[in-house]
Design a protein. Structure first.
Length: 515
């Protein structure tokens, strides 16, 4: 109210100074009528912001005073022709506009103001599965006239909805396979909201290789002939199989000679490049027949089977079933396994693990650094690679010559060296590369990268981590899925990748194709 008084006083003083000494009466001011024709143009923003613009209008007014009616501590005072702006929550308010005349007389307008937010429109929900985790979904949403969203993911009826904003990504991890209904609500900032749902299916496919280690996959065996299979703890974590979980087939006493079990894969086996299937097995006796049979899921009469005789009793060994000549178009999707086929059950238990496609092709040596002339390395990132005498001709590597890579002090984290082969590497029968490595520390990442000679952008790389310090070990790089037609001819080696150089020296040797 002080501002109103100051404006009025200024007007009276100015008026007095403008009058002659003989005509200084202000009675006509006191007799002036209060402002008349008081009204207001009120505009409410349609973007759910709650912004309201008030433009009062009256005759004979010097100032307006506005009480917004929402517990605002201070009224707004504006001059004629000006507007007042205010942000309201959704609700109903009693707006009071007071028009002040030249002599302080007032005219009051009481106006009910209803602020109602517009309901959101065009709600769009985007839910996608993470490519590396079948149970993890990523969700975003967008809508017109929204203020915020909330979401429930359909797997917990008591879950409190999770709030988020447009442009924000929400993640959720399901604990089991199944179909779930995701519910998203878009709020206006007030009572109005719009809701929509989307169904997602958590699908965790059972594919080759089968290693029985997944805590979420359903290894649903189908048994027949009085044999029973299940997933159990590894009874002998030694030798070639130190995994935690394995399959167990119990052929109970009196079981049929053809008793066995099968798994149904989520997709047919792809025999386009590899024709063998290897399985690690553990049996109480040697000389037994282990049969593997592959069947079409829709028609069991479309099948192919192979027999292998085991050679180890009470220990793990790898059996390879050669399906050379298999017709890939037959879509073999059911994997059937029989132990001690042809003999009735005796109550014995058999174990199996790591069912995977493989190749019987022997290893192919690519580089062993023994040839003459010496290999020419191309270095980068301040690494230096040369051929030297083996500094530690022991253990798995007693060869005379090896490659030495010095990662100089301050070398880039990506420092390394490469050699170019005389011809592209042939991956048609192999999916892995093995390399002997000597590292001064365990836990160093040794990266192996394959590049096309003409276009370095055509490349594929894999990492392996050392487990031995100051000794030779063989690292395996799995290039399953590699496209042989890409003609990979450049072999790049990075020692202790991701760590800046500190002057340490690493050695490598015997790079070979393997399965």
């Amino acid at each position: 109210m002080k501002q109103i008084k100051y404006i009025l006083s200024f007007f009276l003083v100015a008026f007095a100074l403008g009058c002659s000494n003989d005509d200084n009466s202000t009675d006509f001011v006191n007799q002036a009528a209060a402002p008349s024709n008081l009204s207001a143009l009120i505009t409410i923003a349609q973007d759910n912001s709650g912004d309201v613009t008030i433009r009062p209008n009256a005759d004979g007014v010097t100032q307006y005073e506005i009480d917004f009616g929402d517990a605002t501590t201070e009224d707004a005072a504006i001059a004629p022709g000006e507007v007042a702006t205010h942000t309201y929550p959704e609700g109903v308010y009693n707006l009071t506009i007071t028009a002040m005349g030249v002599n302080g007389k007032k005219t009051v307008l009481n106006q009910e103001l209803t602020v109602m937010f517009r309901q959101p429109e065009n709600l769009v929900i985007n839910a996608v599965v993470d490519p590396s985790n079948a149970y993890l979904f990523k969700l975003t949403a967008e809508a017109d006239f929204e203020t915020y969203f909330d979401v429930t993911f359909g797997d917990d009826p008591s879950a409190v909805p999770q709030e988020f904003n447009q442009g924000q990504e929400i993640t959720h991890t399901y604990t089991a396979i199944g179909t779930y209904t995701i519910t998203v609500r878009a709020f206006s900032g007030g009572a109005a909201f719009v809701q929509d749902t989307v169904s997602v299916t958590v699908y965790d496919p059972l594919l080759m290789p089968v290693d029985f280690e997944s805590p979420t996959l359903n290894y649903a065996f189908t048994n027949f002939g009085n044999a029973y299979s299940s997933v159990v703890n590894n009874p002998s974590s030694t030798g070639i199989n130190t995994s935690a979980k394995v399959g167990k087939l119990e052929k109970v006493a009196g079981a049929e000679v053809w008793a066995g079990s099968f798994l149904e894969l989520s997709q047919p086996i792809d025999f386009s490049s590899l024709r063998q299937i290897s399985v690690k097995t553990f049996a109480p006796a040697s000389g037994i027949t282990v049969k593997m049979k592959l069947e079409n899921l829709a028609n069991a009469n479309i099948n192919i089977e192979r027999d292998v005789t085991n050679t180890v009793a009470n220990g793990w060994e790898t059996l390879t079933f050669d399906f050379t000549g298999v017709v890939n178009a037959n879509a073999y999707q059911r994997v059937v396994i029989f132990f001690d086929f042809g003999n009735a059950g005796t109550g014995a238990s058999y174990y199996f693990d790591d069912i995977k496609l493989s190749s019987s092709a022997p290893d192919v040596q690519l580089v062993n650094f023994q040839e003459s002339p010496a290999f020419n390395f191309t270095d980068f990132g301040n690494a230096t690679t040369t051929i030297i005498n083996n500094p530690d001709a022991s253990g798995i590597n007693t060869s005379a010559k090896v490659a030495k890579q010095l990662k100089n002090n301050g070398a880039e984290v990506w420092a390394g060296s490469f050699i170019e082969m005389a011809a592209p590497i042939n991956f048609s029968q192999h999916t892995k590369i093995k390399m002997k490595v000597w590292s001064p520390v365990a836990g160093a990442v040794i990266k192996l990268k394959m590049e096309n000679l003409a276009t370095a952008g055509i490349n594929i790389e894999r990492d392996a981590t050392t487990t031995v310090s100051n000794g030779w070990e063989e690292l395996t790089y799995d290039f399953t899925g590699i496209v042989n037609a890409n003609n990979y001819q450049r072999v790049v080696v990075f020692c202790n990748f991701g760590v800046a150089g500190n002057g340490a020296t690493y050695y490598f040797d015997d790079i070979k194709l393997s399965n």
